[in-house]
Design a binder for this molecule. Structure first.
Ligand code: CP
Length: 300
């Protein structure tokens, strides 16, 4: 891999290589593979986990970070185009990590610079490094990526982590259950892709039927920031809340994932349930991002 803008560009081998490297970085977190390297983190949208885990990953590898966490402090607030920002930053660094509200922004950036670009989330489109840490979390908790039943719940329309994960898991013979209110169902291109490729899936509005059959329950937040009409957000914002009592008849190996942040879709009483895995999942982000960075820079 010489960039990571969409999980759809990754082969099965690319994905397994990252998952295996993440395991190595968890065992040996601080090899100085990036000595002398500079990485830019350009965050045009808010972030806690993605930016901080990328910056942790770079620093654990001995590299250094420049960038911004708020576009208002960059010259984009004066009207500088994304084109010119990318051209400028390319003069300074060995790798660009970028989050941007516009779908396709990371691919556009990758096409105007010779510096490798990692997509840290582009609008509602993709979040491929979240997927790498999700896959590492699934492999760690299930012992395999193959033949799993994965239920995704919540905002499947705007949820970029859902879009990336379902495309990555296509290599591993999944059975999917997609649970969302009508307003937040998957964009049509994903069911069309799954039908064309004989991937087993169904779409439901009720979360209860999927609970006893799932290996992975992937909860997501209804993302207020993606709605142009807040009345529509108010209608769907409280559709799902997972509570610990709902986990009683679930499989022993079930693990609950969430890309975070959460609002109210997972009640606090789930946090102490042994099937809750979302905080460990976020920790895995450092190892997965170390793997992606080193792979793209040809350091491992
Ligand atoms: N999962 C995720 O992308 O979290 P942040 O928005 O905090 O980076």
């Amino acid at each position: 891999m010489n960039k990571l803008v969409s999980i759809s560009d990754c082969s099965k081998e690319d994905i397994l290589n990252i998952v295996n490297l993440a395991e190595q970085f968890e065992k040996h977190p601080n090899p100085h593979l990036l000595d002398g390297k500079l990485v830019a983190t350009l965050f045009f949208e808010p972030s806690t986990r993605t930016r901080l885990s990328f910056e942790t990953a770079v620093q654990r590898l001995g590299g250094r970070v420049i960038g911004f966490s708020d576009a208002a402090t960059s010259s984009s607030s004066k009207g500088e185009t994304l084109h010119d920002t990318i051209k400028m930053v390319s003069n300074y660094v060995d790798l660009i990590v970028m989050r941007h509200p516009v779908e396709g922004a990371a691919r556009y950036a990758s096409e105007i610079t010779n510096v490798p670009v990692i997509n840290a989330g582009d609008g509602s489109n993709q979040h491929p490094t979240q997927t790498m840490l999700d896959l590492y979390s699934i492999k760690k908790t299930q012992g395999t990526l193959e033949n799993l039943t994965i239920s995704m719940v919540g905002d499947l329309k705007y949820g970029r982590t859902v879009h990336s994960l379902l495309m990555a898991m296509r290599y591993f013979n999944p059975t999917y259950h997609f649970v969302a209110p009508q307003e937040l169902r998957l964009p049509a291109q994903y069911p069309e892709y799954m039908r064309a490729n004989n991937i087993k899936f169904d779409e439901l509005e009720d979360m209860n039927p999927v609970l006893p059959v799932s290996d992975i329950l992937y909860m997501t937040r209804v993302q207020q920031e993606r709605f142009t009409d807040l009345v529509e957000y108010e209608k769907v914002k409280n559709t799902y809340t997972l509570r610990s009592s709902m986990l009683e008849s679930t499989k022993d190996n079930l693990r609950i994932l969430h890309p975070l942040p959460r609002i109210n879709e997972i009640a606090a009483d789930v946090d102490d349930n042994p099937k809750a895995y979302y905080f460990e999942q976020a920790r895995n982000g450092v190892f997965a991002r170390q793997a992606v960075i080193c792979s793209i820079l040809g350091m491992c």
